[in-house]
Design a protein around this ligand. Structure first.
Ligand code: F6R
Length: 241
């Protein structure tokens, strides 16, 4: 794991965008694994800028998102499909047909999770996976538990995650309590992983990535088994290292 502490969130975003640009330069039909939430917003802004400047071409790029809330359709303002359209896809030359986000309103959610797993596998291997990290160490919505699931699945969100994500909703009661998420399998199979963490509330989780232990109670520690993880941090997130 490479820890890279940068002076500011803007620097993290620029650095991450440069890494993504390199991947797409090497392979114009690269598969990007994408995350939502606050952490990658700066990266997406930077990718939009690079695209407008002709520095990165999304024409043949494929994207697969980590997760989606159960019960929110793609046109719901808090859905992750909406987030992706709004923060990236609507502003770059990507073909939306090549952008995939799990379906949170499918009739049979378990079947839909299984199909998403098969779909992502059929596209190929994720070239670079972007991750944020929960203050409790979750990645995607793989929440702390005694056992972690490998494949895409439906999961309950922990009270801590619901509370943390309430900032995007009118009230905490509006936050969905379940999500559909890629499991540890697809994440760990990605060729390269970039994890972005900013702010003091991530410091404990980041500290757990730097010691000699792994635990399913801090899911991100499983990333220690991956051969190519870059962790981009600001000083606050790195404050306990
Ligand atoms: C979002 C996701 C989550 C977030 C995590 C951090 O697609 O998979 O694991 O990355 O909850 O969220 P932020 O970046 O909002 O602190």
């Amino acid at each position: 794991m490479k820890f890279n502490v940068l002076p500011s969130y803007e620097d993290i975003s620029t650095y991450a965008a440069e890494l993504v640009k390199q991947v797409v330069e090497e392979k114009n039909d690269a598969i990007l694994g994408l995350a939502t939430g606050s952490s990658p917003i700066g990266l997406y802004k930077e990718l939009i800028k690079l695209n407008k400047e002709g520095e990165i071409d999304f024409k043949n790029v494929i994207t697969v998102n980590l997760d989606e809330y159960i019960g929110l359709a793609g046109d719901h303002h808090q859905s992750y499909r909406y987030f992706m359209n709004d923060n990236l896809f609507n502003h770059v030359n990507i073909d939306k047909k090549n952008t995939y986000v799990p379906d949170g309103v499918a009739k049979d959610l378990n079947e839909s999770a299984k199909k998403y797993e098969e779909l992502v596998k059929s596209l190929g291997t994720i070239d670079v996976q972007i991750l944020g990290i929960g203050a409790n160490g979750h990645i995607g919505f793989n929440e702390p538990a005694d056992e972690l699931v490998l494949s895409t699945h439906v999961t309950d969100l922990t009270a801590e995650t619901i509370k943390a994500n309430a900032r995007f909703f009118e009230t905490e009661k509006d936050v969905p309590t379940e999500a559909i998420t890629m499991g540890l399998g697809l994440i760990m199979q990605a060729k390269k992983i970039i994890l972005i963490a900013s702010g003091e509330n991530k410091a404990e989780a980041i500290k757990a990535l730097s010691d000699d232990m792994i635990s399913t109670r801090i899911p991100a520690t499983l990333l220690k088994f991956h051969p190519d993880v870059t962790i981009l941090l600001d000083k606050e997130a790195a404050s306990l290292l």
